[in-house]
Design a protein around this ligand. Structure first.
Ligand code: SF4
Length: 367
């Protein structure tokens, strides 16, 4: 592995970090949460948990993790799974490209690595969806390889320990923090060390003005605490504002079934089922016209509450309608789904949850 920039050159004060590793490890041994992937840290389970935990809180991940590894207990089962099953298991967790990349990676492992995760950091990095963070986490936790795993939590802890004001969204700065973590890493238990740093960021060195410095095992060496500037760190260049899109969502319901569309093969929510929706806010006449073009005559329309969903780069502002109609033959790509198939087969993205949560009532004809 490339040694990367020398942390001590890039980050003044980095030479003080190794002395903080033992107190942090001792703290972690005391407080580590008992989690299913920690109790049984096989490479597959560690990988699944790390992918799920990206952008997602532990409490949210727990039931998804249990369900996923029960349905797909190993790489071979994941490689052979159908896409609808994968999306169903991931339904509501968001960032669906994560599970699609896992699927691709499992197929590569089946072809090239005997149906197992490869036990080398460099080989892990060659797999779809596995970047430096995930490769570091799996290599260190599951295989005991001494490589850092620097996620957003660890970046925050390190920038505060060093009172470093470099912009952590810059690749060069991230690389220097990885070098700092490598410098800090003790000779033994690299997986515990990486998890301890992540846990410290997740439960003690909290973002904004909320760090719990009084509970921190590294407080005696923390430069941000000394300079009273923890709430200003880490520094991150402002992100581009999200593009706001107006959408009209129409839940078309007919005799206990709801009409589902299929999103394009690429782009946002690629190839997922969805409630029919249109760009911009349409009037009721415009909606009725669109439905008539699909073959739905005389639909009764009911205005629903507004919805909002935030994606990484886009925000949807939604106006919703319930359309009750007689059955009609759906246009290409659309299907009718009843309650059982919604529950067991089709995954609806969380973007539609404002409306999807009413579906059981609407399909039962109660509202
Ligand atoms: Fe974070 Fe405070 Fe600990 Fe410094 S002392 S690492 S700011 S929690």
């Amino acid at each position: 592995m490339n040694a990367g920039p020398r942390a001590a050159d890039m980050l003044p004060g980095a030479e003080r970090l190794p002395a903080l590793a033992q107190p942090i490890l001792a703290w972690y041994a005391r407080v580590a949460r008992s989690l299913p992937w920690r109790a049984e840290p096989t490479p597959y389970r560690v990988w699944v948990s790390e992918v799920m935990l990206q952008q997602t809180r532990v409490e949210t991940v727990l039931p998804y993790f249990e369900r996923f590894v029960a349905a797909l207990p190993d790489v071979g089962a994941l490689a052979g799974a159908s896409e609808p099953l994968l999306l169903k298991l991931w339904e509501g967790l968001g960032y669906y490209s994560r599970v699609r990349n896992m699927h691709k990676a499992a197929r590569v492992m089946t072809e090239r690595f005997g149906g197992r995760l490869p036990g080398s950091y460099e080989q892990l990095l060659t797999l779809p969806g596995i970047g430096e963070y995930s490769a570091g986490a799996v290599a260190s936790i599951a295989f005991g390889i001494a490589v850092p795993a620097v996620d957003g939590n660890v970046l925050r802890v390190l920038s505060r320990l060093l009172a470093c004001r470099a912009d952590i969204s810059q690749p060069r700065v991230k690389e220097s923090f990885r070098a700092a973590a490598r410098l800090m890493m003790p000779g033994e238990a690299p997986g515990d060390f990486n998890q301890a740093m992540m846990e410290l960021g997740a439960v003690v060195c909290l973002p904004n003005a909320a760090p719990r410095c009084g509970e921190c095992p590294a407080s005696q060496g923390c430069e941000a605490l000394r300079q009273h500037c923890a709430d200003e760190l880490p520094v991150r260049a402002p992100k581009k504002p999200r593009r706001i899109e107006q959408r009209t969502v129409v839940a078309v319901v007919s005799r206990g079934r709801v009409l589902l569309g299929l999103r394009p093969e690429t782009g946002l929510l690629a190839h997922m089922r969805e409630l029919p929706n249109f760009e911009s806010f349409l009037s009721q006449d415009e909606i009725a016209l669109r439905l008539a073009q699909w073959g739905a005559q005389g639909a009764s329309l009911q205005r629903l509450e507004d919805g909002r969903h935030i994606f990484t780069h886009i925000e949807w502002r939604m106006q919703g309608y319930l359309a009750r109609t007689e059955p009609f033959t759906p246009p290409d790509g659309f299907i009718w789904a009843d309650e059982a198939s919604l529950r067991d087969e089709h995954a609806l993205p969380g973007a539609f949850k404002t409306y999807a949560r009413h579906l059981p009532l609407w399909l039962a004809g109660n509202e």
